[in-house]
Design a protein around this ligand. Structure first.
Ligand SMILES: [Fe+2]
Length: 270
């Protein structure tokens, strides 16, 4: 593991993650529907089903010895369809059996407060649209492949699920300054985190696991890898629209949860 100092940019260059999504013309929508029986199942084209199948096939081949075992175990539990787009209610039912979490359907990115409310109630906001064929490599707007393949398997892990729920509860109490710091903690854990395992570094961040380019890049020598430290991560600037050059490594999901509780307490959020 390279232990270099993270590259921070001055505060004037910082943008909240929501503002960065707005900059990238990603629509922020309000409202979510937790009763998935009420949600009309979209009619996907053959090309859209094929997009899911192509993405699934590519990622599943890339993940052995790279993804953390807890994620791979979750993928096995969920038993997602490989050749067609899954239905949210099917995925939600499988998830609920394991950790009590459910999916709630969203149009796209929801505002921060609504997102945290969902997490605090063990609801994962999930889209039901898939990226366009020319966005296989990258889409600025998180789609259902990112949401389902990237995020859901790890929520089957009790320690990670507990951290995620806790994060929502804590973030609901944050002021604007604290929110920027919490978003960095989210970004470098939930989206782009690595974990140290006896066999080596493994990926648990959904932004990496759902991206064809990020999987090999995140474990390459091009990335500056740092040990997880809340006081460093909260200051770490990031941009959403390119590969991540600074990545932080946790020791375990238990340590992420206990460390986050201590951080929240110290920040006056508990
Ligand atoms: Fe995400």
């Amino acid at each position: 593991m390279k232990r270099e100092q993270p590259t921070n940019k001055p505060p004037s260059e910082t943008r909240s993650v929501t503002d960065q999504y707005r900059d990238a013309a990603v629509t922020i929508t309000t409202g979510h529907e937790p009763d998935l029986q009420k949600v009309r199942i979209p009619i996907y084209s053959a090309e859209e089903h094929e997009t899911w199948a192509l993405m699934y096939d590519r990622q599943i081949k890339a993940l052995p010895n790279r993804a953390t075992p807890e994620y791979l175990a979750g993928l096995k539990i969920l038993n997602l369809p490989q050749n067609r787009i899954p239905r949210l209610k099917e995925v939600s039912a499988s998830l609920e059996k394991v950790t009590g979490w459910k999916l709630t359907r969203v149009e796209g990115l929801v505002p921060e407060r609504e997102f945290f409310e969902c997490l605090a109630h063990k609801l994962f906001p999930c889209t039901d649209f898939i990226r366009k064929r020319d966005e296989l490599e990258y889409t600025p707007s998180p789609d259902m492949f990112h949401d389902i393949f990237g995020h859901i398997p790890l929520i089957t892990n009790p320690e990670f699920a507990s951290f995620y729920e806790y994060y929502g509860k804590v973030a609901l109490k944050a002021n604007a300054d604290q929110l920027i710091k919490l978003q960095r903690i989210y970004w470098f854990s939930v989206e782009f985190g690595l974990i140290q395992k006896p066999e080596g570094l493994r990926i648990y961040g959904s932004g990496i696991l759902s991206s064809p380019g990020e999987v090999p890049y995140a474990l390459s020598s091009k990335v500056r890898v740092h040990p997880w430290d809340f006081s460093v991560v909260e200051k770490q600037y990031f941009e959403i629209h390119h590969m991540q050059d600074d990545i932080f490594v946790i020791n375990s999901f238990e340590s992420l949860l206990t460390g986050f509780k201590a951080y929240a307490k110290k920040s006056g959020l508990l």
